[in-house]
Design a protein around this ligand. Structure first.
Ligand SMILES: Nc1ncnc2c1ncn2[C@@H]1O[C@H](COP(=O)(O)OP(=O)(O)OP(=O)(O)O)[C@@H](O)[C@H]1O
Ligand SMILES: [Mg+2]
Length: 333
């Protein structure tokens, strides 16, 4: 098998004669003990795109992926993957989808090579071919040097890459990545992003979940924001960010008691309300243009509000959330 065979580069027909939208879901729902973890989600993922599902802890991201991957029964609604009904043809769906979990599911006591070999064998691949596939994937994911070490000695980033490699053994045209970089350091995150881009360049369709706006921004063509099991927004990363302005001015006041005065200055200069942080004395201001920050600072000084720290940053997921839902990502959880 060549590297380009992995992850289907040929754009040919998917297994089982599957065609159509990569994912087409309507009214998808799941209830756990009276709680609607997924509460009527519609989703359309086009072939060849990276679709991001953005949401805070407990939003229902993993539950949604697990239903689409046949790992959890669907309570209500319907889903098709490349035209194949998820509930009706689970065995076909399992050939179409590779799943990489939020927590890597590799065996600690085996080496990377043994893990990949074992996963291949479990999928009914003959031993010599399983060996070739393992070697191929170790190379593709930069794991050759560590190939014969026990996973127990692997870093978090290496585990994730191995887990992703394992999900590609069956060459699925659609890959689900559940929070592929949560807990990874910045450099390892960057490597994972490159790996994901590589898969897309080879023709894979990717549905990924994330808690990070920057990750969605870097990778996703389109994003759905979910909260409490419902989709609250959908669009390109740029469209979502526009909802909160191009950038955010973050201010920490020297005197927390001056927050009302500072908020008044912001309203007067920009005509918008600042977002008050739970941290005392901190406020964030959405800016259409980064250079409006200067005018706010000058007006603060004129009004006698003293500031102990200031920065201008891209909007965070928290701010996107606040703008879309009226509450932050940490509330009510
Ligand atoms: N097997 C289960 N039994 C009962 N409740 C569950 C189960 N799985 C998930 N839940 C609940 O469903 C809700 C959604 O959980 P889910 O894991 O899908 O969220 P998530 O968006 O993936 O969050 P995170 O970012 O923390 O991974 C949560 O309130 C969770 O406690
Ligand atoms: Mg999850």
């Amino acid at each position: 098998m060549s590297i380009t065979e992995l992850g289907r580069t040929d754009g040919g027909p998917a297994p089982g004669g599957a065609t159509g939208q990569a994912v087409h879901a309507r009214g998808l729902a799941k209830t756990f003990g009276g709680q609607r973890a997924v509460d009527g989600i519609d989703l359309d993922v086009r072939p060849g795109e990276v679709f991001g599902v953005l949401g805070p802890n407990g939003a229902g991201k993993t539950t949604m992926l697990r239903m689409l991957a046949t790992l959890l029964p669907i309570d209500a609604g319907r889903a098709k993957i490349f035209g194949v009904d998820v509930a009706g043809d689970p065995h076909v769906i399992r050939q179409l989808v590779g799943v990489t979990g939020q927590y890597a599911s590799v065996d600690e006591n085996l080496t990377a090579r043994e893990n990949l070999w074992l996963f291949s064998r479990l999928q009914g691949i003959a031993a010599p071919r399983a060996r070739r596939i393992a070697a191929e994937l170790l190379g593709q994911f930069g794991l050759e040097e560590a190939a014969d070490k026990a996973i127990a000695h692997f870093s978090g980033g290496m585990r994730r890459r191995l887990d992703l490699a394992a999900s590609l053994i069956s060459r699925p045209p659609l890959i689900f990545l559940d929070e592929p970089t949560t807990g990874l350091d910045p450099r390892t995150r960057g490597q994972m992003w490159d790996t994901i881009r590589g898969l897309v360049a080879q023709g894979c369709t990717v549905l990924l979940t994330t808690q990070y706006l920057d990750e969605a921004d870097q990778l996703a063509d389109r994003v759905a924001v979910i909260d409490h099991g419902r989709k609250v927004a959908e669009g390109t990363p740029d469209e979502l960010k526009t909802a909160v302005g191009d950038s955010t001015l973050q201010l920490l006041l020297a005197e927390p008691d001056e927050v009302p005065a500072a908020a008044e200055v912001v309203r007067r200069v920009l005509g918008v309300d600042p977002v008050l942080s739970p941290e005392r004395g901190r406020l964030n201001v959405a800016l259409d243009q980064a250079d409006l920050a200067g005018e706010v600072l000058i007006a603060m000084r004129t009004a006698g509000v003293s500031i102990s720290s200031v920065s201008v940053a891209k909007p965070s997921l928290d701010e996107v959330f606040l703008a879309l839902t009226g509450h932050g990502t940490e509330e009510d959880r």
